[in-house]
Design a protein around this ligand. Structure first.
Ligand SMILES: *Cc1c(COP(=O)(O)O)cnc(C)c1O
Length: 361
């Protein structure tokens, strides 16, 4: 059975060489006589795996020395609470920028821990077709931070320019576009991401936080989710998600071997352009997002006639093009083109869409 082209938004496709290496090392990691899953998180072997994963992530993203890298649990949805618990205490209030469902969800959760204000929103008639224009942002200079979601996984809306938030630290949920292109980490106060889109298995959450933002946790913050305490114990206040960290490390090594994030961005842009160019030329399929905000990771698209949706998905499945159904809140289709999706997968998808349009358009 050949591997399918898996367009799932997450958990998502992983690089085949990484899966092969993990399979090879499963029963006996480097002569240890055990799998990584079975190792002590404080043992020499795992400490080496951990150190390499962190060093590779720092190298790939160019993370400055005065930032801590944490490998936690609880996912990005956990961070929706954990970020305000740790950061909002400095002033008691935070600004949120709304560009889709995920950022809206983040703002709602944060409101349980302090005063949350919407600094900007691109919602129009209940939909999001772009990121909020930078000149529309009204940032409260007294906000403890301003939060955005760099890539709205459901809506397919992505920030390509890092907004200037002045002295107010910028916090970003990068779950679905981390490692997809180079970014300037020094422009952010905090970055968080669940691993299961571009980095590895679900169960691992990466947090990159500027050191000076630590130390303001609300008293109710669970110790295991206190950034300062986790930073002081190398994310080992509790048992970290060891297997996820190991796989993420293999993914980082793979990305480095490809040539780093600059090369990865070129590959991702080429894949996304293939699909968007087809959509724009089609009278049967469409994507309504403004060109400057179109995600290069998640491409939602709609058939002109939604009664053909089920037939489209069935035909796709039969060709090994799977998990294309759009999010239940928006309907239609969605093709997620994460780093590990080969360009051949996008070519096969476009060829199928062309065929389907010729038959039904
Ligand atoms: C997938 C995703 C989440 C949710 O992640 P969980 O691991 O389910 O907590 C949050 N934000 C964004 C942008 C995502 O893509």
């Amino acid at each position: 059975m050949p591997r399918v082209f898996n367009f799932s938004p997450g958990p998502a496709t992983l690089p085949e060489p990484v899966l092969r290496q993990a399979a090879e090392e499963m029963l006996d990691w480097h002569g240890s006589g055990m799998s990584v899953m079975e190792m002590s998180h404080r043992g020499k072997e795992f400490m080496g795996i951990y150190a390499e994963a962190e060093a590779l992530l720092r190298e790939l993203m160019g993370i400055p020395a005065h930032y801590k890298v944490l490998f936690l649990q609880g996912g990005a949805i956990g961070q929706n609470a954990i970020v305000p618990m740790n950061l909002i205490g400095r002033t008691g209030r935070a600004d949120y920028v709304i560009s889709g469902d995920w950022s809206r969800k983040s703002a709602k959760e944060a409101a349980q821990y302090g005063t949350v204000r919407i600094a900007a929103s691109s919602e129009q008639d209940g939909r999001f077709r772009s990121v909020p224009a930078p000149d529309s942002w009204k940032i409260d200079p007294g906000a403890a931070y301003v939060h955005l979601c760099s890539n709205e996984t459901i809506g397919g809306v992505e920030f390509f320019d890092t907004p200037d938030t002045g002295a107010v630290p910028l916090v970003a949920d990068m779950s679905s576009d981390i490692l997809s292109r180079p970014i300037d980490v020094s422009r952010y106060g905090l970055i968080y991401a669940g691993a299961q889109k571009n980095m590895g298995p679900s169960g691992l959450t990466v947090v990159i936080v500027r050191e000076d933002l630590l130390g303001h946790a609300l008293p109710i913050t669970p110790t295991v989710f206190n950034y300062q305490i986790q930073a002081a114990s190398e994310s080992m206040y509790n048992t970290p998600p060891t297997f996820g960290i190991y796989i993420a490390g293999l993914v980082y090594r793979h990305v480095k071997a490809l040539g780093g994030l600059g090369v990865v961005e070129r590959m991702n842009r080429e894949k996304a352009a293939l699909l968007y160019d087809f959509l724009d030329a089609s009278a049967f399929f469409s994507n309504p997002i403004e060109p400057g905000s179109r995600s290069i990771m998640n491409v939602p698209f709609w058939l002109r006639d939604s009664t053909l949706d089920a037939k489209f998905l069935q035909g796709a499945d039969a060709r090994g093009l799977v998990q294309l159904k759009g999010h239940r809140s928006v309907g239609g289709m969605r093709a997620s083109l994460y780093n590990a999706m080969p360009i051949d997968g996008v070519r096969a998808l476009v060829a199928y869409m062309r065929e389907f349009e010729a038959e039904h358009g």
